[in-house]
Write a new protein. Structure first.
Length: 411
């Protein structure tokens, strides 16, 4: 990072891949080549980086998507099976439990295919397709000994990606309007949180640029894994109106009630917010210190946000102290939200697309003056048209594969 007065320049390095954020990037490129003897190739405006496509839409908004990566995954699928995956609008439907599969274990060849497909899907999640996060998380634990039913579910995920490959994250910097959400003020002077204060790193750069509002959503899916009895923890973080981090994982201990499982998730969410704030501080980003946190369990929200709550168990006390400290320090403003409005539902449960479309649409399919598919259109997939589309796209996809590989090599 380099301080340029009214802004900062950044160079992000991943192994030998660089991404430069600057108002005068050619100056940096010239310095790297002439002064430091770097051998660079594929320089210019970022179009492809670490398997992810970057471009600007018609309104000039910077966007990133895993389109070429998905294209490569689907071409590999066709190379393996000789056909395109069957299109679908759902991943794992409600009540589906792949961990209960009792079909025969896969043979050695299919086992390798399963592992490679899961690995590819995990990378797609990293670079933006967070809508498949929970489905892949559910299928990953059987990595060592998958069965035929697990492979069928992985094929289904490929069919979903084929249908919804236009998923894109638009970097929307407009500030969300939370003016209607009250900030609950309590008297902490007579509590152990009287001196609670968020720790700000002393060596972080001076913040520059437009302020950032971090918004977090948390939820759980009780009894997600019916064999172990474990609950899934799911968290989604947004910077202004842009999704920047997502999390889906089975909890390490079994909780027998929704309250307990969501207490654990709320504590995990606060820990991630602290880490996220520190990261943004070191990047020189000005943060609105009070993150708005949404949860759909009113008991959990009230227990963590008020000075006096009952703590009958040790783990409840730990949850209380972690979350309540963050409230008292002004780090978070915990607010109850209905399940229908909780955006992290796209991570916490198995679903069919029409049931979550209104939540997913502004996150991964947002466009100015949006005229995307309506919910009714999503309920029916024209199978004949889908087959025709895939058939007509065979040659184009084959050519696109070569172009993608060239593009990836040059970048």
């Amino acid at each position: 990072m380099h301080n340029k007065g009214n802004h900062c320049e950044h160079i992000a390095a991943h192994a030998d891949d660089l991404m430069i954020a600057s108002r005068t990037p050619p100056v940096i490129v010239t310095a790297l080549v002439d002064e430091h003897n770097f051998k660079l190739k594929g320089t210019g405006p970022t179009e492809f980086h670490l398997g992810c496509d970057f471009y600007r839409d018609k309104q000039g908004v910077l966007c990133y998507a895993a389109k070429k990566c998905i294209e490569k995954i689907l071409n590999n699928y066709r190379r393996i099976y000789g056909t395109w995956p069957k299109l679908t609008l759902s991943l794992l439907v409600n009540g589906d439990h792949p961990e209960l599969d009792t079909l025969e274990p896969l043979n050695k060849n299919d086992h390798k295919i399963y592992q490679s497909r899961i690995g590819a899907l995990q990378w797609v999640i990293q670079i933006g397709c967070f809508d498949i996060t929970t489905a892949v998380m559910t299928l990953s634990p059987v990595w060592a000994m998958p069965r035929q039913g697990h492979l069928d579910h992985v094929k289904r995920i490929h069919g979903y990606l084929s249908e919804m490959h236009q998923a894109t994250i638009n970097i929307r910097t407009d500030t969300p309007d939370f003016s209607a959400i009250p900030v609950k003020m309590y008297d902490w002077e007579c509590s152990c949180y009287a001196d609670a204060e968020e720790e700000t790193p002393h060596d972080s750069p001076k913040p520059k640029g437009k302020s950032i509002n971090v918004t977090s959503y948390f939820d759980t899916n009780l009894y997600h894994d019916v064999i172990s009895g474990k609950t899934a923890t799911d968290i989604l973080h947004l910077s202004n109106q842009t999704p920047i981090d997502w999390f889906s994982k089975l909890q390490s201990a079994v909780k027998t009630a929704t309250f307990g499982s969501k207490c654990v998730t709320a504590r995990t969410c606060v820990e991630q917010i602290i880490d996220l704030h520190l990261t943004l501080c070191y990047l020189g980003a000005p943060i609105n210190r009070r993150t708005v946190v949404f949860g759909d369990n009113e008991s959990v929200v009230n227990s963590g946000a008020v000075p006096h709550s009952k703590m009958h168990k040790r783990w409840v006390a730990l949850f209380y102290h972690q979350v309540t400290w963050a409230v008292a320090a002004g780090l978070i403003n915990v607010h109850h939200i209905s399940s229908k409005e909780n955006l992290v539902d796209v991570l916490s449960k198995h679903w069919d697309l029409p049931s979550v479309w209104e939540m997913l649409k502004p996150l991964l399919f947002w466009h100015e003056g949006d005229n995307q598919k309506s919910q009714e259109e999503l309920k029916e997939v024209n199978k004949d048209e889908a087959v025709d589309k895939m058939a007509s796209g065979n040659d184009a996809n084959s050519n696109g594969k070569t172009a993608s590989q060239k593009n990836g090599d040059s970048n």
